[in-house]
Structures are given as structure tokens and as C-alpha cells.
Design a protein around this ligand. Structure first.
Ligand SMILES: Cc1ncc(C[n+]2csc(CCOP(=O)(O)OP(=O)(O)O)c2C)c(N)n1
Ligand SMILES: [Mg+2]
Length: 600
């Protein structure tokens, strides 16, 4: 009989949640065969919240596989479990598993699944349902937790889902899920394992699948003639512009992007929704949307909402620039979610992933224009306020957090796992794809803590020297705060700095906008928004879960010391939350954007 193969186990955390060994036995159950495929695929973790619907699988993971590869990461909420897997994928580009209880667990997980979908990140979600055979259902509970078509809850924002009816089909489903989730555009997938399938004893394990033969396919190369057409446009452009949108964390892909921009002296815009894709203090990197109307050729590297960006820049006038679109995103556009955004014009459409297309584009451009034009002078970058500003400031403002982080971190490399809405562009420079990981994808608040824990775990396990730092809004923090317990439990170092304006402030600006339009009192904008009276002690919420909790810090003069203390705690392996009470307010540009047009 095939036993699951022994694989190297993760370096850290092996001593956590060790089960007592099971006595040797030739007996196997359906869920053992299912768990064995997760081992074969080398999935290191399953983030989960428990439930009786998958008690069979749970037992196999603990007692058959010994809670190793995959190892369980117990989460206190299903939304955190999926967010954790999403954060892991943002660093590694690879999926881990998330397991959620029959229908109610999946219901809790929905927003996080939507976030991963919009962010095009691979997550393998396993779920379960009460006995499909009504004769075998336990009274009441297994009836309310059985649904005819559970996948329908999330089918509109996963790439694929299945409810296999045999062990062979379940094994195949997991192989397929692994492949589809990781085939760009990546995304979450869902497999619903019914109770009988898991709990029935089987005669023997089916043969071990040859996982290498079910690997995700290599990304396709863009078509040669189209690459040449795009290269001609770029090489002869007077004012080329690159919109560097979604991209991988691969440093080589980063270098190719820079080489391409330099080959034609294209100005480059980046987007905080996506992770870092271009050095922000490079002479070609720019911040102004006015560049868009000045450009004669625009290369979109899977820019999120190209149509909306062009519409705003051109003020609704026809788009005069030639547009080169590089994206395969339309492969996952469906009729339910409008996250596909408006339909952008494209003069040349390379149906390829940017990372796969840029090297060919670069070679074709170089053939046409071997000598790169001179680079312009670097744009003036505001940077954070100087350290001295903390001496005079009457209150802490969000840019001061950047000042204090810089002072506390010195040359320590960091990964900014998340930045809040109140963080202005230009406060921090990105020089590597792991310097900043981007946002949640779906605009679902509450994902910050869970995604940060998953990303910090991935940095830890990949041996990164980067100190993981998440700067979160207090609203985002509060909705997902219990994800931090999983970090403490699993010894995942992480620094969370809360930009605590004691409000769901973004929406105060929306209320202000409406009040202005209607000639009503703007001073009421805080009602139903401010998180005050009682003010919440966020550091205590952190300490309550075993984190180091610092704050609330209100005095600007104490900010650097507080963050230094936080950094020291994380360096010694702790999870630390620094609650920084900041004055409400966004950067001028973000405020104007909300006050002038509806969004969010
Ligand atoms: C699940 C969810 N609920 C509500 C919203 C609407 N919303 C957008 S931003 C925001 C406020 C977030 O507050 P916080 O994280 O404290 O950031 P701040 O705006 O205060 O800087 C809210 C409630 C949302 N995007 N997602
Ligand atoms: Mg807030």
C-alpha cells in the first residue's frame, strides 16, 4: 500500500501542535486518501477553523499525516483563515490550503475569498457538507449544515469549484484545484468534500498521483507579430508611459521592467493597489496622472482599471494615445462581479502575462533602438517629515509614522505588508518587489491582520531577512484583530502599527461629501463613523492574545521610542502591536478624490 511520501518539513514551528503518534494500522479511510494528496502537492499549511463536517479530514491531517505538511494553523475566524492564505500567496505566489466548516464556515469566509479573487491570488479552499445521503444525516445539525449546492455561495468569485463523489474524483479535484488556482490569472478555488466521502473506510489507498504531471502550465509567450508591433510603437514614441500594474514578486521580472522603461526612457506610474513593481525613486518613476494625457504611447502591464484611469485623465474625451494592453485578466471576467472594470481601448493587445511579455518586448525594442535615451533627472520626492517634526508637532499624523519607522529601523530591510488608506504616496521608497505587497484586492475591510499574518509567515519560512511591518487602519485592525492570535501561537514575528484615528474615517469623508451636496451640516459627518466613547484600547486587545501591546501613543515625542520598542520585540520573535493615535485626515490628493467623486 502506498504511504504518503516523506518530504522535508518546514524549518520553523515543527514543535508546535505535535500529535501523539498513532499506532501502526493497515486501516485507512477516505479522508486519509484526500489528505495524502495535499502531502503529495507539498502544501505546507492549512489555515482553518474547525467543524464537524470535516472531522474525518481533520483526523487524517492530525493522526494520519501527523500534522506536518500540511500543518494546521488554527484561526479564530474563517475570514482570517482565507486572508492568511491570501497573504501567504502574495509573498510566494503559491497557494496554501484553507479549510472551512460546512456552509456557515464558508459564509464567514466569503469576503476573504472575494478579496483573493479580486487580487488574483491562488488559495485552495476545502470545505465540507453534511451527509449527502439524507438517511445518514444526524438530526438537526447535519440538516442545517447541508446545502444542495454549497459552491453556489461563492461560485461567482472562485475560478472553479467541485463536490466530488468518490475518492478518485476527490483526488483528481485537488490536483485540478492546485493547477487552476496557480494558472494565471490566479485565484481561489473551492472543493466541497461530503461527510460520507471522508468518513467511509476504504480498502486501500489509491496509487499516489504523479503530481508533476498535473503541474500548472507555463505562461504562454505573446504572439511575435504583436510584440513587434508593440515594440515599434514604444521605440518610436515621443513620450512613452508605462502603467506598471499587477506583477509578481520576482526580482528578475522587476529588473526586466526597469530595463524596458530605461530602453525607451518611458515614464512609469505605479499603483498602491498592486505590490511594488518599480523602484519608486527611479528617475523614470512619476506620481502625476497628468503624465497620462501627455503620453503618446501607453503600455499597460495589467494595470488595475485601465479604462477608469484613462477616463479620469482624459476627462471623458477620446483617448488620443496609442494603447498597448498586456493582460490575460479577461480569462476570468464573468457576469457577476464587475471587478473587471471598464473596457479600455487597445491598439495592440498582448494576451499574455506582463512578466512573460516584458522580456520579449524588451528584446524587440532593443533590436529597433539599441541605444537607450538619456534618463531625466529624478523627480522630487516628498519623503516623510524630518525627525525634528516630531518635536514640534502638536499631534501625531500618519506621515509621522513613516518618520518614526525610518528612525527605528535604520538600514534594516523591511517588507511593508499593508499600508492604510491614510498613507500618502512618497512616504516610503520601494526598491524590491517584497518592499511592499499591495492591498486586499476586493476592498473588503478587516483583511489587514489576517493577510499580514500570512505574509509574515511566508517571509519567515522563506528565510527572508526582512522585518515584516503592517500599518493598518483601526477599523481594519478591529474587524480582523483575532488573526493575530494565530501569529502568536505559531511564532510568526510581525509588527503591526495601527494608524488609529478612532474612526472609519474614509466614510466620514463620504458623509461630508453628501452633506456638502445637500447643504446639510458637515460637522455631523462623524456620527455612525467615529469609534470613540469608549475609545478602544488596541494594545490591550493585542496583549489579550499574547502579543506585545504598546500604546496608545499620543505624544509625538514618544513615537520613535514606542516604535523602537516594537521593532525590538519583533526582532526577538514577537508579534507586536503599536497603537498610534493619529489625527484624522488623509493626504490632500486622497481627500480630494473622495470629496469629488463617489467611491469605496
Ligand atoms: C467589509 C467592509 N465594510 C465596510 C467598508 C467600507 N469602508 C471603506 S473604508 C472604511 C473605513 C476603514 O477604517 P480604517 O481602517 O480605520 O481606515 P481610515 O479610513 O480610518 O483611515 C470602511 C468602513 C468596506 N470597504 N469593507
Ligand atoms: Mg480609522
Amino acid at each position: 500500500m502506498d504511504q504518503p511520501s516523506a518530504r522535508p518539513i518546514e524549518a520553523a514551528g515543527n514543535e508546535i501542535d505535535r500529535p501523539a503518534p498513532s499506532p501502526p494500522s493497515p486501516r485507512v479511510w477516505g479522508s486519509d486518501a484526500i489528505a495524502a494528496v495535499l502531502r503529495e502537492l507539498d502544501i505546507p499549511y492549512v489555515a482553518l477553523n474547525p467543524g464537524a463536517s470535516y472531522r474525518g479530514l481533520h483526523d487524517s491531517l492530525v493522526n494520519y499525516l501527523g500534522n506536518t505538511r500540511p500543518r494546521m494553523l488554527l484561526c479564530l475566524h474563517e475570514e482570517s483563515a482565507v486572508a492568511l492564505a491570501h497573504g501567504w500567496a502574495k509573498v510566494t505566489g503559491r497557494p496554501i490550503g484553507a479549510i472551512v466548516h460546512s456552509n456557515v464556515g464558508l459564509m464567514h469566509a466569503t469576503m476573504a475569498i472575494f478579496n483573493a479573487w479580486c487580487d488574483r491570488m491562488p488559495v485552495i479552499i476545502l470545505g465540507a457538507t453534511g451527509a449527502v445521503d439524507a438517511m445518514r444525516r444526524r438530526p438537526w445539525i447535519e440538516w442545517i449544515h447541508t446545502a444542495r449546492d454549497q459552491g453556489a455561495l461563492i461560485r461567482n468569485y472562485v475560478k472553479w469549484d467541485d463536490q466530488p463523489a468518490s475518492i478518485g474524483a476527490a483526488q483528481e479535484a485537488i490536483l485540478r484545484a492546485n493547477m487552476i488556482a496557480q494558472t494565471p490569472p490566479c485565484g481561489p478555488v473551492y472543493i466541497n468534500l461530503n461527510l460520507e466521502l471522508q468518513e467511509d473506510e476504504i480498502a486501500a489507498l489509491p496509487p499516489r498521483p504523479e503530481t508533476a504531471r498535473f503541474a500548472p502550465p507555463a505562461p504562454p509567450e505573446p504572439a511575435g507579430p504583436l510584440v513587434r508591433r508593440a515594440a515599434e510603437l514604444l521605440a518610436s514614441a515621443r513620450q512613452p508611459l508605462i502603467l506598471a500594474g499587477r506583477g509578481s514578486r520576482d526580482p528578475e521580472a522587476w529588473r526586466h521592467r526597469v530595463d524596458l522603461a530605461e530602453a525607451i526612457a518611458a515614464r512609469v506610474l505605479t499603483d498602491r493597489k498592486s505590490g511594488a513593481t518599480f523602484p519608486t525613486d527611479h528617475p523614470l518613476h512619476r506620481g502625476g496622472a497628468e503624465l497620462i494625457v501627455d503620453a503618446d504611447v501607453i503600455l499597460s502591464l495589467d494595470w488595475v482599471d485601465l479604462a477608469g484611469t484613462l477616463k479620469t485623465a482624459y476627462g471623458g474625451r477620446p483617448v488620443a494615445a496609442k494603447i498597448i494592453q498586456v493582460s490575460i485578466d479577461q480569462y476570468v471576467h464573468n457576469g457577476w462581479s464587475m471587478d473587471y472594470q471598464g473596457l479600455p481601448p487597445a491598439d495592440v493587445y498582448l494576451l499574455a502575462e506582463p512578466d512573460a511579455a516584458v522580456p520579449s518586448l524588451l528584446a524587440a525594442v532593443k533590436a529597433l533602438r539599441p541605444n537607450s535615451p538619456p534618463l531625466p533627472g529624478a523627480a522630487l520626492r516628498p519623503g516623510p517629515p524630518p525627525l525634528s517634526a516630531l518635536e514640534d508637532a502638536p499631534v501625531i499624523r500618519v506621515p509621522h509614522i513613516a518618520t518614526a519607522l525610518k528612525a527605528a529601523l535604520g538600514d534594516t530591510p523591511v517588507s511593508l505588508l499593508r499600508l492604510p488608506l491614510s498613507w500618502a504616496d512618497g512616504l516610503w521608497e520601494f526598491h524590491h518587489p517584497l518592499d511592499y505587497l499591495g492591498t486586499d484586492g476586493g476592498g473588503g475591510i478587516g483583511s489587514g491582520p489576517g493577510m499580514s499574518v500570512g505574509a509574515a509567515l511566508a517571509l519567515r519560512d522563506t528565510g527572508s531577512a526582512r522585518l515584516p511591518v503592517a500599518v493598518l487602519g483601526d477599523g481594519d485592525f478591529l474587524m480582523g484583530v483575532t488573526a493575530l492570535w494565530t501569529a502568536v501561537r505559531n511564532e510568526i514575528p510581525l509588527l503591526v502599527v495601527v494608524a488609529n484615528n478612532r474612526s472609519f474615517f474614509s466614510d466620514e469623508l463620504h458623509q461630508e461629501r453628501v452633506a456638502r451636496q445637500r447643504g446639510r451640516p458637515v460637522e455631523n459627518r462623524w456620527i455612525g463613523q467615529a469609534i470613540r466613547g469608549p475609545d478602544i484600547d488596541l494594545a490591550m486587545m493585542a496583549r489579550g492574545q499574547g502579543c506585545t501591546g504598546i500604546g496608545p501613543v499620543e505624544d509625538p515625542k514618544q513615537l520613535v521610542a514606542a516604535i523602537r520598542e516594537g521593532v525590538a520585540a519583533v526582532r526577538s520573535g514577537k508579534v507586536c502591536v503599536v497603537d498610534v493615535r493619529v489625527a484624522a485626515g488623509y493626504a490632500a490628493e486622497a481627500t480630494a478624490a473622495i470629496l469629488q467623486r463617489a467611491s469605496g
